[in-house]
Design a protein around this ligand. Structure first.
Ligand code: HEC
Ligand code: HEC
Ligand code: HEC
Ligand code: HEC
Ligand code: HEC
Ligand code: HEC
Ligand code: HEC
Ligand code: HEC
Ligand code: HEC
Length: 393
């Protein structure tokens, strides 16, 4: 009771509006206007202490719950528990599963089970001060910045080696078609957290690779799951899509995959290689035909000979070949040949049309010949007459 009165008596004289802010101006500036400041979560909510005390030691008093700089475990519990509080998060419409997910992640297992503090904690990915939500383009967890945020550690050779991991993921990912699409601002392409999870980050097991990639490449997944390789996923003999495409440095798909990959396992089975050759042959030769017609149509267009209808034939062939590239995931040569066959039909029809148009123009030119000859003769005559008149004058 005496202490209470003493505090009350002391307060008016000793207060500044917020002593933490007065002494820690730089951190206060970081916080201003950001997510927590907007929700009126100030320094004391995270660090304890008494912001009514102007003196450092009084403001930092342990009796006022001052925690000082937070360690890894304390940070995860501080952030995680408040964010798991449903009543507290409801007004903001935020999910409340971050801590629960984090516990299941390799990072969380490292911290809680192995007491290893070198894995990611909440503030490794979000920062501690000036936190922004993932929609803000300045946030370290905005899709375009995630690879860099994970890469701080996953590209760190000594840290990764200490955990038996390769430090190659960030550099490999940076070269991928996915990273390039994302860099253009198209966030339909995946970054690290799309495939691994953010709070629950784990490597997808063999069994779930097709599910991870299939979130976006649905048709490829369906076909793969009916292909002769699918049963091998469960036995652990075939890690799904990444056998042929790799996991991080995914490149635009090309038929050369057939040359580089299939032989690794089927080198001794000529029947399977024969099937491969049929599939690759159907795709390769159709691609060549398509390229030839594209060049032909372009040349025709330069002579004013191409019509919109010609473009239509080409578009249909392109669409057909695109679906054949997807369909080859069935590994069924007959199905691929059926679709490439139709596309080749379109390309053959286009070849005939272009030939007809060229012939027609040639005839038109021939038909013009007599007219041109007549005009030349006429002007010759006129010139001769003009010369004669001149020489008489
Ligand atoms: C009179 C100035 C002053 C006031 C008021 C003050 N601090 Fe500090 N604070 C400091 C200084 C100086 C340090 C540097 C380390 C030290 O000497 O303890 C510091 C360090 C800290 C640290 C880091 C401690 C560590 O272990 O590294 C935290 C966290 C902190 N202050 C939070 C607060 C909070 C929260 C408040 C308000 C309740 C507050 N401070 C009020 C001056 C102040
Ligand atoms: C949402 C919780 C949260 C809020 C709000 C917060 N801090 Fe911190 N603060 C942390 C965490 C977590 C750390 C540990 C830093 C780390 O892990 O990198 C920290 C570290 C610090 C440090 C140690 C030096 C440093 O930068 O690492 C100081 C000083 C500090 N905070 C002061 C403040 C002050 C002053 C405010 C109010 C303006 C504030 N903090 C608001 C969570 C918070
Ligand atoms: C390994 C990096 C990483 C760690 C560790 C991490 N986060 Fe996140 N966090 C993200 C990413 C990335 C997003 C963006 C949305 C997504 O991909 O889930 C996010 C989103 C959020 C959001 C926005 C709402 C939501 O769930 O999408 C909150 C709140 C949040 N994190 C809180 C936390 C808390 C609390 C912790 C610690 C228990 C934590 N985060 C640990 C990377 C991380
Ligand atoms: C005392 C409760 C509390 C603590 C502790 C806390 N937060 Fe928050 N946090 C909130 C509230 C409330 C919001 C919503 C603010 C808003 O939307 O304006 C929020 C917002 C966020 C957001 C932005 C979410 C979004 O999608 O806009 C992230 C990210 C986040 N917090 C991460 C953290 C991290 C990391 C820590 C620990 C360093 C932490 N929080 C500590 C209550 C807390
Ligand atoms: C602060 C450093 C740090 C950051 C940031 C970080 N990680 Fe990690 N990560 C680690 C460490 C260290 C391990 C090893 C943990 C262990 O084995 O205990 C790990 C493990 C992993 C693993 C498990 C690998 C395996 O095969 O066991 C995955 C997956 C992972 N992190 C993904 C991510 C993703 C995705 C992000 C970004 C959203 C991220 N990490 C951010 C340090 C970090
Ligand atoms: C397109 C999906 C995808 C993206 C994007 C992705 N990964 Fe992976 N990652 C995988 C798959 C699949 C595996 C292999 C899992 C297996 O072998 O069981 C993997 C494995 C890993 C591993 C563990 C294996 C090892 O030792 O390398 C880590 C760590 C990892 N990824 C981190 C990252 C980081 C960091 C990023 C971002 C820079 C990232 N990944 C982006 C799909 C992805
Ligand atoms: C046995 C090897 C192999 C496996 C397994 C495989 N692919 Fe492919 N994939 C290919 C080849 C070869 C091509 C290129 C065909 C071409 O360009 O003619 C391709 C093409 C693609 C394309 C581009 C097709 C398009 O839309 O034009 C995507 C996307 C793709 N694969 C995703 C996947 C996904 C997702 C999985 C797993 C569900 C998967 N692949 C499994 C060999 C494979
Ligand atoms: C979040 C959605 C998403 C996920 C998850 C995803 N991708 Fe992609 N992928 C894309 C987008 C978008 C493109 C670029 C546009 C396109 O070509 O379809 C792309 C392109 C590709 C290409 C090049 C296609 C071509 O036309 O040459 C391949 C191959 C590919 N992805 C394979 C994979 C594999 C394998 C995985 C899983 C390890 C995966 N993707 C996971 C969205 C995704
Ligand atoms: C990681 C090893 C591996 C790779 C790489 C691989 N396969 Fe297979 N494949 C197998 C195994 C194992 C079987 C089942 C045993 C068998 O029939 O040979 C199989 C079965 C098949 C079958 C069905 C068997 C049959 O007689 O019809 C076909 C077709 C096939 N693979 C085609 C391909 C093609 C095409 C590629 C390259 C794009 C490829 N495989 C790459 C391991 C692989």
């Amino acid at each position: 009771m005496a202490l209470f009165f003493a505090l009350c008596a002391q307060t008016p004289a000793a207060t500044t509006p917020n002593s933490c802010v007065a002494c820690h101006a730089e951190i206060a500036k970081l916080e201003a206007g950001r997510a927590h400041a907007q929700a009126e979560i100030g320094c004391v909510a995270c660090h304890g202490g008494d912001s009514a005390q102007a003196e450092k030691d009084a403001a930092h008093a342990a009796s006022a719950g001052f925690s000082g700089k937070l360690g890894a475990l304390a940070t995860v519990e501080l952030c995680g528990n408040c964010h798991a509080d449903v009543a507290r998060m409801n007004p903001y419409g935020l999910p409340t599963d971050q801590l629960a997910q984090y516990r299941t992640s390799r990072h969380g297992q490292g911290l809680f089970t192995d007491h290893d503090e070198s894995g990611a904690i909440c503030s490794s990915c979000h920062g501690a001060h000036g936190i922004l939500g993932p929609k803000s383009s300045e946030s370290p967890v905005h899709p375009t910045h995630v690879a860099q945020t994970c890469g701080k550690c996953h590209g760190d050779e000594s840290l990764m080696t200490a955990h038996g991991l390769a430090a190659t993921a960030p550099a490999a990912y940076a070269k991928s078609v996915h990273a390039q699409v994302l860099a253009k601002g198209d966030d339909s392409a995946p970054q690290c957290a799309t495939c691994h999870g953010s709070h629950g980050a784990i490597p997808p097991g063999f069994g779930s690779v097709a599910a991870v990639c299939g979130k976006c490449h649905m048709r490829e997944k369906e076909l793969f799951q009916k292909s002769p390789h699918a049963p091998l996923v469960e036995t652990g003999d075939f890690p799904g899509c990444i056998v042929c495409h790799s996991n991080h440095a995914i490149q635009p798909a090309e038929p050369r995959i057939f040359e580089s990959v299939c032989g690794l396992c089927h080198g001794g089975t000529p029947e399977v290689l024969a099937k491969r050759d049929r599939i690759a042959g159907a795709l390769n030769s159709s691609n060549e035909l398509l390229a030839a017609r594209e060049a032909e149509l372009q040349a025709a267009a330069q002579h004013g000979l191409a019509s919109d209808e010609d473009e239509l034939f080409l578009d249909e062939a392109r669409t057909g070949l695109k679906s054949a590239r997807v369909l080859q995931h069935s590994l069924d040569p007959a199905r691929v040949e059926e679709v490439t066959g139709e596309a080749r039909g379109q390309l053959e029809a286009l070849r005939l049309r272009l030939q007809k148009e060229r012939d027609a123009q040639r005839w038109k030119r021939l038909a013009l010949l007599p007219v041109v000859a007549f005009l030349i003769l006429m002007s010759l005559g006129a010139w001769v007459r003009f010369r004669r008149l001149h020489s008489h004058a």
